[in-house]
Design a protein around this ligand. Structure first.
Ligand code: ZN
Length: 316
């Protein structure tokens, strides 16, 4: 009965929020070529994701088929933000924006919520109902809870037992932190990584083409071959090479003048900064920039790459 009730509540809630979220997603979809990546990302994070996450520590117990509806909405939002094609790889898109998945964010929220109880920021009646909390000196069980036993799958997926399981699996140094603020900071460092701000550089169309090369959903033959849109992954230049981002940006003999101009400009920049050109000038630098360079230098490298992408006319 408990499981049935939980499923019904989760299903109804998810159906309602997904309808509302899709309406708002339609609004940002209409502006996907007018707004830049940063603005679209901000719109999603401010106006849509909170709808998908309201009450998430509770409805996380819902069946996967319903939770997948929310993931599909976030996937569509990522496609809008990045300008990615249909069937783009979700993990690659998450990596590009450095977001944890909705599932990871729900896990994070459960730990944070349980942390509030642990650090006594919640009313006493909630703490009273929790299982035994072991504050022993033994490292293995230090600051862990007894896991409530149940034969019912739905109960084990509900907030208290599932949060306790997540909490108990945290490294002991996180479980033993002494404040809720410190816990949130450690979890933030665990789940969130900073995206270079120069990933938003450039005109929307060139920024999208560059992003597509990074996440492997461009119109290059290797990317199209992977999703069955092209019969071959080889380059049309006839050299028998796979047409991937590295071949397109560094190796292919076509668009030679534009390519030499790009590589010469980057070589000069690296030389001016006293950096070893042979080790640094590779496909990763052209796609991701480098931590060794300043924001302005990375922007200059991205601008050289964008000019090459435009002059090559490969994606027209
Ligand atoms: Zn080629």
């Amino acid at each position: 009965m408990y499981g049935y009730l939980l499923t019904c509540i989760g299903k109804k809630h998810i159906e309602e929020v997904s309808k509302k979220a899709r309406q708002r997603l339609g609004c940002i979809q209409r502006h996907k070529y007018r707004l830049d990546r940063k603005s679209l990302e901000q719109c999603y994070i401010t106006f849509i994701r909170p709808i998908l996450e309201y009450g998430n520590v509770l409805f996380d117990a819902a069946d996967k088929q319903y939770l997948d509806i929310l993931t599909d909405i976030e996937k569509e939002a990522l496609r809008v933000i990045l300008g990615a094609r249909q069937r783009s790889n979700l993990d690659a898109m998450y990596m590009e924006v450095s977001w944890p998945s909705l599932e990871q964010r729900r896990e994070n929220q459960k730990i944070v919520t349980l942390g509030k109880i642990v650090f006594n920021n919640f009313p006493p009646y909630l703490i009273r109902d929790l299982p035994t909390f072991y504050s022993t000196s033994r490292t293995v069980r230090k600051n862990t809870f007894a896991i409530p036993k149940s034969n019912h799958e739905y109960y084990s997926k509900s907030f208290v037992p599932s949060s306790i399981e997540l909490w108990n699996n945290l490294p002991s140094e996180i479980r033993c932190l002494n404040s809720h603020k410190a816990l949130k900071a450690r979890l933030k460092a665990k789940y969130y990584k900073k995206v270079p701000t120069y990933f938003s550089y450039g005109t929307r169309s060139l920024n999208i083409l560059h992003t597509k090369l990074r996440i492997g959903c461009s119109d290059l033959n290797s990317d199209k071959y992977l999703i069955g849109v092209s019969d071959t992954d080889l380059c049309d230049c006839g050299g028998g090479e796979v047409e991937n981002a590295k071949h397109f940006l560094l190796e292919c003999g076509t668009n030679l003048v534009a390519k030499v101009t790009m590589l010469d400009s980057i070589t000069d920049l690296l030389h001016d900064r006293g950096l070893d050109n042979d080790n640094l000038l590779d496909i990763d630098l052209l796609l991701y920039g480098s931590d060794l360079l300043s924001y302005n230098d990375n922007v200059r490298i991205f601008s050289f790459v964008h000019t090459f992408i435009k002059d090559s006319k490969r994606f027209q």
